[in-house]
Design a protein around this ligand. Structure first.
Ligand code: NAP
Length: 182
């Protein structure tokens, strides 16, 4: 099973303001042509399960509509979550640790998971469970916020597969995480 990250990050490494707001990202996106999705729709079509942290889930709930349609979503939290009745029935919650969750999903035949949320991505990275990262660098410096990366038990080496700067000035960098046997 493969695990991917597909995320937008400020130039100084944040994915949200300290209060969780994404107004800076919305403001940057407002200047982008409506038909530019930075490869998101092509990416999400390849995803079998989206695994997100509880804080990301709570942010998504504030959006006008649930954006993932029927893509199965697992929300990670140490507490059980009661989902609003209007959300798709494909949303579940779990308190499994990343290795246990990945083993279970793999045994269920899942081939590709999308991991979202800063703390959540950090936990999967620390366990060596992320294979690919697509980071869209937004040319905004926030100064403070929710970091994409945090401390790691040991250096994580990556290989850059591509980088591309869109007309909007967003630069998308694709990485694969190098494993020891490469
Ligand atoms: N820029 C972007 O593209 C982008 C993308 C995604 C999210 N965001 C933003 O990032 C912010 C959220 O990121 P975040 O780093 O604060 O948090 P997060 O990763 O979304 O959520 C963290 C929470 O997930 C739960 N969790 C994670 N791993 C777990 C595990 N293995 N087992 C049990 N629970 C687990 C814990 O919930 P409990 O505390 O309930 O136990 C933890 O507090 C939001 O503001 C969101 O809007 C931005």
């Amino acid at each position: 099973m493969k695990a991917s990250v597909f995320i937008a990050m400020s130039l100084d490494g944040f994915i949200a303001r300290p209060n969780g707001e994404l107004d800076w990202l919305d403001a940057a996106n407002a200047k982008v042509s409506k038909d530019e999705d930075f490869g998101y729709h092509a990416f999400i079509k390849t995803v079998d399960v989206l695994v997100m942290g509880r804080k990301t889930y709570e942010y998504v709930l504030t959006c006008d509509e649930w954006p993932y349609k029927d893509v199965p979503v697992i929300v990670l939290s140490r507490q059980p979550i009661t989902f609003p009745a209007n959300l798709p029935k494909t949303i579940t919650c779990s308190s499994e640790e990343p290795p246990d969750l990945c083993n279970r999903l793999s045994q269920e035949g899942i081939q590709h998971i999308y991991v979202d949320g800063g703390i959540t991505i950090q936990r999967f990275l620390a366990h060596g469970l992320i294979n690919n990262l697509t980071i869209t660098l937004i040319p905004t410096i926030l100064g403070e916020g929710t970091p994409l990366f945090g401390s790691v038990p040991q250096d994580i080496l990556l290989q850059c597969l591509s980088s591309y700067t869109f007309k909007s000035g967003f630069t998308q960098i694709k990485y694969t995480v190098l494993t020891e046997d490469i």
